[in-house]
Design a protein around this ligand. Sequence first.
Ligand SMILES: [Zn+2]
Ligand SMILES: [Zn+2]
Length: 223
Amino acid sequence: MNLKRICAAQLPEELGADCFCPTCQNHLVRTECADPWAICLGCKTGHRFFIMPEPPLSVDSGRAASLRFPELNDRSPEAVASFWLSDASARSVLNAQLAQILRAVAEGRTAIDEPTFSFCPICGGELSEYEQDDIRVQGLRCPIGHCWYLRGGHLWAPIAGRPVGLQAEYSDAVLGQSISDWLKGNALLDRQLHESIRHVLAEYTRNRIERTTPKVDLGGRGK
Ligand SMILES: [Zn+2]
Ligand SMILES: [Zn+2]
């Protein structure tokens, strides 16, 4: 099988030494995360943003379900998630949204709210909406004139001829909704969803429901 190689995300110069949390304006610094190919930037308040590696072409991610990984038999959901995130051949066919979901599963972190985009990551200036032509995205601009586009928790700008983007960490609600969309599935999604990942998502959903459903005291009934 001829797969495109996965390349680790690059930290653009503009977001290097001195950049700012789009939610709280504190400094953003490089932080550890469970995705070895992504760059995680976090502030001291706990907001996290990701620069993701270039996603696989759809022709490649569309092959994911048909691949065989015998080494995944009998592995825990966290181990399966870590495998898909780190193994180069698996990762080169992993849908980008699934990568975000698996990272959240591997880390077991809870994020109540999705970080918002109120400040420019480059200069920390307040972002305000501006009119631009693409109705699918929101245009945001800082007083200095850095122009960004925002859609679905993803803020990006063309910098030095290529897009620079920050993906906000999924909140628990967004994570739960994304997982349920994948499990509900359709022909397009199913081709990208390997059985081992489907199992991880189903297990995560089951545990989440157990965690969030209040225990009912049966008072001796139901025994
Ligand atoms: Zn912050
Ligand atoms: Zn700016």
